[in-house]
Design a protein around this ligand. Structure first.
Ligand code: AMP
Ligand code: GLY
Length: 419
């Protein structure tokens, strides 16, 4: 089979690496890809929003499946576009991608179907939101409704921070129309857990659970990032508790989406808080997580292409998906300064000295001399698998040490919670 993957991050590199393990996958293209992806697949110089050109490419190159990595083209309706042209495509339609695109939509859906989540109110008026926040007091969580490049959520420890967040979203309109509504939410305590699942209508096939590390610095300090590292499995939570999360959150949500006339097909990613009262939903994403995908697919034993085709063809219920018992750890290397401003174009060396890990590329490119250079905030996801977490971490960090570039940054405590 011939596959076209859309995206340019570590997630897409991991998806392609996994797809190519199958003898049924003969050729993979990636639009636009990155320096690492180009070593496995053929990069195509089209971006995620060139729907017409991507569809023409798929037809001209006899593509059997288009796989959409990031959320933006899903929100913009790339799946609807490809389906209208009879091009097989893995991912949710626009009306199902709303589960990530609008926090108000998702909170109202969870409320309507009594699916566990933090208590909340939504507001269109700044004055009403402010009055409610003052009545509730801190800690409290403020979220812009729409997309705010990952910056729309404030977990406010004090009333001042909460009021500032409301002002930024609703008065200053820093996120534009994404701030026309806000969700004000109860502060939940506990550890976070990511459960990704293949979903085809009401059929849910959960993947191995993973845990992300969102803050930039060790000990979960500093500003939030897209994710500085992950590990899987997450042994501090029993399989029973993980099954409970699937049964009480992911399965009823898939069912609710069908009942709402928005059947979900693709990867549904539940961001959960494991509270003393049980698992509660923080958010849903309509796609594979990054860097969750790197560790989850490192443990997948079934052919990814078979699962994807079964999902697209409505046969997911027939699939039996196997995961290895191993431990996987992904340590993200980022540019100095990320998630604030950072430089691009610095040469990365030592990639050919890596011994025991798979290095998934994110923000990398090739310069005019054919050298791999920094080209983004998150650069590389050094991913290792071992019989134990001790082994996986030792391998990943040994390889992290072999990679060099100016301003190198990473967390030294990825996976420490699993020990
Ligand atoms: P979100 O974009 O909704 O995933 O929120 C970003 C981050 O804010 C989450 O990963 C959590 O760490 C934190 N967060 C969101 N909602 C809550 C909540 N109700 N209680 C505590 N932390 C939260
Ligand atoms: N790692 C979190 C995300 O992909 O949104």
């Amino acid at each position: 089979m011939r596959v076209l993957v859309i995206g340019r991050g570590g997630r897409e590199h991991a998806i392609i690496w996994s797809l190519l393990k199958s003898s049924n996958v003969e050729k993979v293209y990636c639009a636009p890809g990155n320096a690492g992806i180009g070593q496995l697949a053929e990069n195509v110089p089209l971006n995620e929003h060139q729907f017409q050109e991507l569809a023409e490419f798929a037809v001209d190159h006899a593509i059997d499946l288009v796989v959409v990595g990031p959320e933006d083209p899903l929100f913009a309706g790339i799946v609807d576009y490809m389906e209208a042209k009879q091009i097989p495509v893995f991912g949710p339609r626009k009306n199902a991608a709303e589960i990530e695109g609008s926090k108000v939509f998702t909170k109202d859906l969870l409320h309507k179907y009594a699916i566990p989540t933090a208590a909340y109110e939504t507001f269109e008026s700044y004055d009403e939101a402010l009055a409610y926040v003052r009545k509730q007091g801190a800690p409290i969580v403020i979220k812009a409704d729409g997309l705010a490049a990952g910056k729309g959520v404030t977990v406010a420890a004090t009333l001042e921070e909460a009021e500032e967040a409301l002002r930024v979203i609703m008065v200053d309109k820093q996120f534009g129309d994404a701030g026309n509504q806000v969700v004000v939410e109860e502060f939940l305590t506990g550890q976070e857990l990511s459960i990704l699942a293949f979903v085809d209508g009401e059929t849910v096939r959960p993947m191995a659970a993973a845990q992300d590390h969102k803050p930039a610095y060790d000990g979960d300090r500093g500003p939030n990032t897209g994710g500085m590292g992950t590990y899987s499995p997450v042994p501090q939570f029993s399989q029973e508790l993980i099954d409970e999360a699937v049964r009480t959150i992911i399965e009823p949500t898939a069912k609710a989406m069908v009942q709402e006339g928005r059947p979900f097909r693709g990867v549904l990613f539940a961001g959960l808080m494991m509270t003393p009262q049980g698992p509660k939903t923080i958010e849903f994403n309509c796609r594979f997580g990054d860097p969750e995908t790197q560790v989850v697919l490192a443990r997948l034993e079934t052919d990814l292409i078979d699962i994807m085709m079964a999902t697209v063809n409505g046969r997911l219920a027939d699939m039996d998906i196997q995961w290895s018992d191993s431990a996987a750890v992904c340590v993200v290397l980022s540019a100095g300064g990320y998630p604030g401003p950072y430089k691009k174009g610095d040469v990365i060396t030592g990639l050919d000295e890596v011994q025991e890990s798979i290095v998934f590329h994110a923000g990398t490119a090739l310069n005019a001399n054919g050298e791999v250079v920094t080209n983004g905030g998150r650069l590389l996801g050094v991913t290792a698998v071992g019989a134990t977490f001790q082994e996986a971490r030792a391998k990943a960090y040994a390889d992290v040490d072999r990679i060099r570039y100016e301003g190198k940054h990473y967390r030294t405590d990825i996976g420490a919670k699993a020990l």
